[in-house]
Design a protein around this ligand. Structure first.
Ligand code: NAD
Length: 361
C-alpha cells in the first residue's frame, strides 16, 4: 500500500520579489489585472512609501491609518469608501493590518487586491480573512480575499525596528510550525515550512546583527512567503486557535503574542507530533555541528532568546485573571481541530506558561 496519500491545495497568485523594484512591479501588476482606479490602504507608518510606490497610478481613494485586528466598523466604512470612489483595485501597503482591511473590503466587493507587505506577517499569501466584532475575532477562508499579486521588496522593511522585526519574524515562524500538525498538514506544505524556518532563522539572525542590511531582510521576506504558503495549505492548528482567541478578546499585539505562545504550544505538541519537533530541530539547528544540535523546542527557545524576542504575555496586557476565561474560549475554539485535542488542563498550562514567561520544558 502506498504511504503517499494526501490532498494539497495550491493557491494561485503572482508573487514578485525584487529589492528596490516595488514601484515598477506595482504598476506592472495593476496593469496586468486591467485595473485603472486604485484605492490605497496603508497603515500610519506606510504612507510615505505608499505615495512613492503609487505615484505612477491613478489613486481614487487613500485610506490611511488601519487599526489592528480589522474592527468590523472600520471594514464597513472602508467598503463604503471603496464603492463611493469607484475603485477597481485595492492596493495595500503595510503589515498584516493593512492587508487585513483590504481583504475585508474584497470579501464583500470582490475587488482584486495587490499587496505590498512591509512586515513579515504573511497575510498577503493566504485566502484567510479576519474581522473583530464585540471583542471576538471571526476568521474565514475565501478565495476572493487572496491577493491577485504580492510584491515583496526588502527595502520596504528596512524601517521595521529590530524588536518588531523579531516578533514579526517569529510570527511567521509560527505559521511554519503550526502547519506541521494543522488539519490539512501534508508533505508539500512541510517542505515549504521547513525551508521557511531555515530562511527566517537565517534572516532574523542577519537582521539582528545588521538591521539595515538587505540580505537578512530578503531572507525574512522569502521565509515569510514560504511560511504563509504552508499555513494557507495546512490551515489553522492549535497555535493559531489560541492566538486568535487572545488577539481578538484581549486586543494583544499580534506578532508578539505568536512569538510568546509558540514554544509553549510546541512543548505540548512534541510527543504527539515527533516529526514536527524533528523538522523544527533540523531547520533551526542550521549550521551547528551534530554535537551542538539540540531538539526542536530547545532550538526554538534558544533562537528566541538569542534574538531578544518577547517571552511573556503579562508584558503585553494580558492579566492573570483573564486566564480562566481565555481557557474556556480556547476550549471552544479547539473543538474544530482533529485529534489529539488538548484538554482543559493542557490549555491552562499553555496559557499560564505564556502569561508568566517561564521557559517551557
Ligand atoms: P501591523 O500591520 O499592525 O503592523 C504592526 C506595526 O508595525 C504597526 O504599528 C505598523 O504601523 C508598523 N509597521 C508596519 N510596517 C512597518 C515598517 N516597514 N516600518 C516601520 N513600522 C512598520 O501588524 P502585523 O503583525 O504585520 O499584522 C498583524 C495582523 O495581520 C493581525 O490582524 C493578524 O490577524 C493579521 N494576519 C493575518 C493573517 C492571515 O492569513 N489572514 C496572517 C498573519 C497575520
Amino acid at each position: 500500500m502506498s504511504s503517499i496519500d494526501f490532498t494539497h491545495v495550491s493557491y494561485a497568485q503572482r508573487v514578485v520579489f525584487g529589492t528596490g523594484q516595488a514601484a515598477r512591479h506595482l504598476c506592472a501588476e495593476v496593469g496586468r489585472i486591467g485595473a485603472q482606479r486604485v484605492m490605497v490602504i496603508t497603515g500610519s507608518t506606510g504612507g510615505a512609501a505608499a505615495e512613492r510606490l503609487t505615484s505612477g497610478l491613478d489613486v481614487v481613494h487613500w485610506w490611511r491609518g488601519v487599526q489592528p485586528h480589522v474592527p468590523a466598523e472600520q471594514a464597513e466604512t472602508a467598503r463604503r469608501a471603496a464603492a463611493a470612489s469607484g475603485a477597481d483595485v485595492l492596493v495595500s501597503v503595510g503589515g498584516g493590518s493593512a492587508v487585513g482591511l483590504a481583504k475585508a473590503v474584497a470579501l464583500t466587493t470582490g475587488l482584486p487586491v495587490v499587496a505590498v507587505p512591509t512586515t513579515y506577517a504573511g497575510s498577503e499569501a493566504t485566502p484567510v480573512w479576519g474581522i473583530t466584532e464585540t471583542a471576538r475575532k471571526t476568521t474565514g477562508t475565501d478565495p476572493r480575499v487572496l491577493p491577485a499579486a504580492v510584491i515583496y521588496d526588502a527595502e520596504l522593511t528596512l524601517g521595521l525596528p529590530v524588536e518588531l522585526t523579531v516578533a514579526s519574524g517569529l510570527n511567521s515562524l509560527a505559521h511554519c510550525v503550526d502547519s506541521l500538525w494543522a488539519p490539512r498538514a501534508n508533505p508539500l506544505n512541510a517542505l515549504h515550512a521547513t525551508e521557511g524556518m531555515r530562511a527566517l532563522a537565517r534572516g532574523l539572525r542577519a537582521v539582528a546583527a545588521d538591521p539595515l542590511g538587505l540580505p537578512g531582510r530578503e531572507q525574512c521576506l522569502y521565509g515569510t512567503y514560504l511560511a504563509a504558503a504552508a499555513f494557507a495549505a495546512a490551515g489553522s492548528g492549535l497555535h493559531h486557535k489560541i492566538c486568535h482567541v487572545l488577539g481578538g478578546r484581549y486586543d494583544l499585539p499580534h506578532a508578539q503574542t505568536h512569538a510568546v505562545v509558540l514554544p509553549h504550544v510546541l512543548a505540548h505538541q512534541m510527543s504527539a507530533f515527533p516529526s514536527a519537533g524533528e523538522a523544527v530541530a533540523q531547520a533551526l539547528n542550521g549550521g551547528e555541528s551534530e554535537r551542538g544540535a539540540v531538539d526542536g523546542l530547545t532550538a526554538l527557545v534558544r533562537l528566541r532568546a538569542e534574538l531578544g524576542g518577547p517571552v511573556a504575555l503579562r508584558d503585553h496586557g494580558l492579566r492573570f485573571t483573564d486566564l480562566a476565561e481565555a481557557t474556556e474560549l480556547v476550549m471552544d475554539a479547539v473543538t474544530a481541530l482533529g485529534a489529539p485535542r488538548p484538554g482543559r488542563d493542557d490549555v491552562r498550562r499553555i496559557l499560564e506558561g505564556a502569561w508568566s514567561g517561564v521557559i517551557p520544558a
